[in-house]
Design a protein around this ligand. Structure first.
Ligand code: IFL
Length: 458
């Protein structure tokens, strides 16, 4: 894609972003909107406390609970851990205190059961670390370290350094060598922060080695496929994607550089990004998309775009490519305008929703926030405001906010689950976008792939 295309793409996207400001409408009162976000968070938290405090996830329609980690086993209070720094940054201090008390009294990782290393790392280790960053509560750091130690055999028992997918928390037994880029390369933020906090460099080295082992196996055109055997290093697919199950691998390459100034991460980010832009960026009908391609030839495989890939607009901006970032955000903004709520999967060549669910996803607002942090412009707030208002319309239920099972029906058909990340991600993103809170440093900060703040809470 050449420079002329980029200018054209952005020129095409600019009116779209501008039009979302609804010229005739009065300028929103951002601070009042922020207070509304905070009130919704407090309301949802109260429901969670009253209905299923300590369970992993609330079912906001029925008021029941759903496990995330161990079906039928002990819950890990996932929603509490995810919510901690959001409660803190919103100044919901009594609620944060309530959460910390539950954690201190109940959270114990000495369990004879296996956990998925990636999800546990970004959610539990990350949630505890950001809670500790906000509240300075030492118990949270101790638990984060305990969990990371229990997950470590997944890395240390691997012949390549790329982690096994599952590990037993008590015995350290590992399982499942067939893994994916996101599950191999999304550790440096949490593990590196832990190294900094404890003075023990092993965590940082473990995460970096896993990332490098994957990077070194990239194809001659600098792409990675989305499945690999971590014992043999053999690729299990030919599909290169910026979406799942690769997405946050790319994010953490940038983050390793941003958080720790490690130039090896910057180089890996640059190499992959150049290849992604060369082989995957595709203009269609004035929009910018990133199709799946063959990782060795660059040939396009399909035009599916997962909603989760919307994070990439923010990542491109962080990496300095503002034109592509804005063009990609604008492409997603059009889909948001078309459906109201973003579908899980969109085929941009046919302009149809391929998956009509919405798992209460945060990626679009994540990108709005990342762009806003670099360039405080009300257009990003406006896109997030539309996302927020629509979430209230389509996802608000009796006891909180829920996933949507079908966005194509009127009214949209609700499911019955509030995923843990809702507490850590979009509510925090909306709040940070609208509030100008003095509990957050808008200049120097870091948010993980799960929205956990490791730098910038005041
Ligand atoms: O766990 C969340 C996180 O943002 C991630 N992947 C998907 C989830 C939210 O959609 O890295």
């Amino acid at each position: 894609m050449n420079r002329r295309y980029l200018l054209k793409a952005f020129a095409a996207s600019a009116p779209l972003l501008a039009s979302t400001s609804l010229v005739a409408a009065p300028k929103p009162n951002w601070h009042a909107l922020a207070q509304d976000v905070r009130a919704q968070m407090a309301w949802a938290w109260r429901n969670y406390v009253e209905r299923c405090f300590g369970q992993d996830q609330i079912k906001p329609v029925s008021g029941g609970a759903e496990p995330f980690f161990f079906p039928g086993g002990p819950p890990l209070g996932l929603s509490i851990v995810e919510a901690l720094d959001t409660l803190y940054v919103m100044g919901l201090d009594a609620e944060a205190e309530e959460g910390i008390r539950w954690i201190a009294d109940h959270l114990n990782f000495d369990i004879d059961g296996e956990l998925q290393v990636f999800e546990t790392g970004i959610r539990i280790v990350g949630g505890l670390l950001s809670g500790w960053h906000g509240t300075k509560e030492k118990k949270l750091l101790a638990l984060a370290k305990d969990m990371a130690d229990r997950l470590s055999p997944a890395f240390t028992k691997s012949p390549t350094g790329m982690p096994y997918r599952f590990v037993n928390l008590r015995t350290g037994a590992v399982r499942d060598p067939v893994s994916f880029p996101a599950e191999i390369g999304t550790y440096i933020a949490e593990w590196g922060t832990l190294s900094k906090a404890t003075g023990d460099k092993r965590y940082y080295d473990m995460a970096k080695r896993a990332t490098q082992a994957l990077f070194e196996r990239r194809s001659k055109i600098d792409l990675v496929a989305d499945t690999i055997n971590i014992e043999t290093g053999a690729w299990g697919s030919r599909r290169a994607s910026i979406g799942p199950p690769s997405d946050s691998y790319f994010e953490y390459l940038w983050d390793g550089w941003q958080l720790f100034g490690d130039a090896d991460f910057k180089r890996m980010y640059d190499v992959h990004t150049a290849a992604i832009v060369k082989y995957q960026a595709q203009e269609m009908n004035g929009d910018l998309w990133f199709p799946q391609v063959d990782f060795e030839t660059g040939q396009i495989q399909d035009h599916h775009q997962s909603e989760l890939a919307a994070f990439y607009a923010g990542l491109l901006a962080q990496g300095g490519d503002m034109a592509r970032s804005k063009a990609y955000l604008a492409s997603w903004a059009k889909v948001q305008a078309k459906f109201g709520v973003l579908p899980e999967g969109y085929d941009y060549a046919r302009a149809v929703a391929e998956r009509v669910t919405n798992e209460l996803r945060p990626e679009f607002v994540d990108s709005c926030l990342n762009l806003f942090l670099l360039e405080p412009d009300d257009r990003y707030r406006e896109l997030a405001r539309l996302h927020y208002e629509m979430m209230k319309t389509s996802s608000r239920a009796a006891y909180g906010f829920t996933i949507v099972d079908d966005i194509s029906t009127t009214p949209m058909k609700q499911g019955d689950l509030c995923p843990g990340y809702w507490w850590s991600e979009q509510m925090k993103y909306y709040w940070l976008l609208f509030s100008d809170t003095d509990r957050f440093d808008y200049k120097t900060n870091y948010l993980s792939t799960e929205g956990n703040v490791f730098v910038g809470l005041k």
